[in-house]
Ligand binder design. Structure first.
Ligand code: PEP
Ligand code: MG
Length: 584
């Protein structure tokens, strides 16, 4: 039996598929990033713009050629903005950002320089964009996922210059279709709605790619990282499960009916669980949202978040060359505090470095292992003035708001670091200071660390990376990046019990909290709150509401008694019978 596993879904589930189903059609599998079932004919996005001739030269009038290139770029940027304005909401921001990227002066300069050397405009555009593409791809993480945006702009500009049809999706399909592509750019998806797209399937992209973000904001099921998807014959009926990541080709009608019925039943279960997070026997577990800035608030509130458990402040400043001003920071923080007048907001100070490089906080030199280098709090040791500015802005923003504001530092490894950070918070006037537990040393000595701070929040993404020595950004070791591993569970249990012994809170804000089964296990280990990407909230709320605290504890014991991630997951699930109703 050919089995494969994929990690890192929106709900952080491990997906297991087998080759061949009962219809005899080989299913495809990827990462489910937007749950739900979608069914319809495949619309395979093709029409790649061919690479312009390497040797193509213009007729000698460089000024005219430059002008032509500039007008083409402007036409594309204006078109992106117009599409954004028509679509509204999040698409407006995404397309606006893409238009800004198109108008980047350094790109224009690069194109102009090549044209001065005699290169024809289409080739100059191709080469100039190629240079920036490589830089983004090499940066990894969030930045690498912007490569699709840049490629899309390049293809659109070349289409204008060469008179080719604009790449993209037809807006006039007769019935809802499953949109299949190598990767999707914001311009492809902006004008689409739930009424025309049954599901998205892409070969590339991860949980933070635009396909994932937009699919979730549209409420359309999506599977990314699905190898072989673009080989699907156009028009083939496709059944997509955006939770498990399974993609079935030409399924039996009975199978489709079954999937639809299961989806409806699942939705009924999801909407039956409302209100604050709690187990079936009433043990409260506040359910909080992970956000990257004020624009994520709408979804957090819509999904019933009781507050924010992780405000990733570096996402406000990812594309900045200079440090943001105190006033600008204060405004962004206050907007979030005011959205939860009765709730709590846990702000993480800048987590720069490794997968989240910030241009204004560069490491001193090229690091051989950035994940083990100067990142997170370590960067503040180098730039204490940036920490003081951020803590000052947070204290000013927190003054006079009713939300409970908590501040925490990422990447803390020692008691001394925890003390240093807590002291800096107090000096700034912030009385509720915590640390993230994402380094094994911090978990192992959690009983020492908790004396220095007011709370813990466990970052299971990094804790898993460091416990298993598996870089988050290296696909080849993705199989090891599994928070179900009993070694990771043991570290979490250590932190939770140290916090509880001191009468302090211990939340989880890594992807593990978004996995409904693992969320029950975390609660069973003594974790006191769970924070996740907003779309996962209803799933976790429903899973908790269907199990007692005793069942969660039994699941935790079972999981920790196992010797592998897969066995831990199976053992826990056997103790959690209520998951069946969610078809998980
Ligand atoms: C984590 O490491 O689990 C976490 C929540 O932080 P980030 O994913 O932003 O590093
Ligand atoms: Mg982290």
């Amino acid at each position: 039996m050919d089995e494969r596993e994929t990690t890192g879904t929106a709900t952080a589930m491990i997906v297991k598929t087998t080759a061949g189903d009962e219809t005899g059609t080989r299913p495809l599998a990827g990462t489910g990033v937007s749950p739900g079932t979608g069914y319809g004919p495949a619309h395979v996005l093709v029409g790649e713009i061919p690479e312009p001739d390497k040797e193509a030269r213009h007729d000698g009038d460089a000024a005219a050629e430059r002008d032509r290139a500039e007008r083409a770029v402007e036409q594309v940027a204006a078109d992106l903005e117009a599409r954004g304005a028509r679509a509204g909401g999040e698409a407006r921001e995404v397309l606006g950002a893409q238009a800004l990227m198109a108008r980047d002066p350094s790109l224009a300069m690069e194109v102009g320089d090549l044209i001065e050397q005699g290169v024809a405009a289409p080739r100059a555009v191709f080469d100039a964009f190629g240079k920036y593409r490589d830089l983004l791809a090499a940066a990894g993480g969030y930045l690498a996922e912007r490569v699709a945006d840049l490629d899309d702009i390049r293809d659109r500009v070349i289409a204008v210059l060469t008179g080719l049809p604009m790449p993209g999706v037809p807006a006039d399909a007769a019935e809802p279709f499953v949109l299949v592509a190598k990767d999707l750019a914001p311009a492809d998806t902006a004008l689409l709605s739930k009424d025309v797209v049954a599901a998205f399937v892409t070969e590339q992209g991860g949980p933070t790619s635009h396909t994932a973000i937009l699919a979730r904001s549209m409420g359309v099921p999506a599977v990314v990282g699905c190898a072989g998807a673009t080989a699907i014959a156009p028009g083939t009926p496709v059944l997509v499960d955006g939770a498990s990541g399974q993609v079935l080709l030409a399924p039996d009608p009975a199978r489709v009916a079954e999937a639809r019925a299961a989806d409806e039943a699942r939705r009924a279960v999801l909407s039956a669980a409302t209100g604050p997070g709690a187990t079936a026997d009433g043990h409260p577990v506040p359910l909080l949202a992970n956000i990257g800035g004020p624009r994520d608030l709408e979804s957090a509130l819509a999904n019933g978040a009781e507050g924010v458990g992780l405000y990733r402040t570096e996402f406000l400043f990812l594309d900045r060359e200079t440090a943001p001003s105190g006033d600008e920071q204060e405004e962004a923080y206050r907007a979030v505090f005011e959205a939860f007048p009765q709730g709590r907001v846990v702000v993480r100070t800048l987590d720069s470095g490794a997968d989240k490089p910030l241009a204004f906080l560069p490491p001193p030199e090229e690091e051989p292992n950035p994940a083990l280098g100067e990142r997170g709090l370590r960067m503040f040791r180098r730039y204490p003035e940036i920490m003081a500015a951020q803590l000052g802005a947070l204290a000013r923003a927190a003054a006079g708001v009713s939300a409970k504001v908590q501040v925490m530092a990422p990447m803390v490894a020692t008691v001394e670091e925890a003390e240093w950070f807590a002291e800096a918070c107090r000096t700034a006037g912030l009385g509720d200071a915590g640390v993230m537990i994402e380094v094994p040393s911090a978990a192992l000595r959690a009983a020492d660390l908790i004396r220095a701070v007011d709370f813990f929040s466990i970052g299971t993404n990094d804790l898993t990376q460091y416990a298993l020595a598996a870089d988050r950004q290296v696909t080849a070791v993705a199989g090891l990046q599994d928070p179900w591993h009993p070694a990771v569970l043991d570290l979490i249990a250590l932190a939770a019990s140290a916090a509880s012994g001191a009468g302090k809170g211990c939340g989880v804000c890594g992807e593990a909290a978004a996995d409904p089964a693992l969320a029950c296990v975390l609660v069973g280990m003594g974790v006191t709150s769970l924070s996740m990407g907003a779309p996962a909230l209803p799933w976790v709320r429903a899973a908790l509401s269907r199990h007692t605290l005793a069942q969660c504890r039994a699941a935790a014991v079972a999981a920790r008694s196992a010797t592998s991630a897969q066995a831990a997951k199976s053992a826990a699930r056997a103790e959690l019978p209520g998951l069946g109703a969610l078809a998980l």
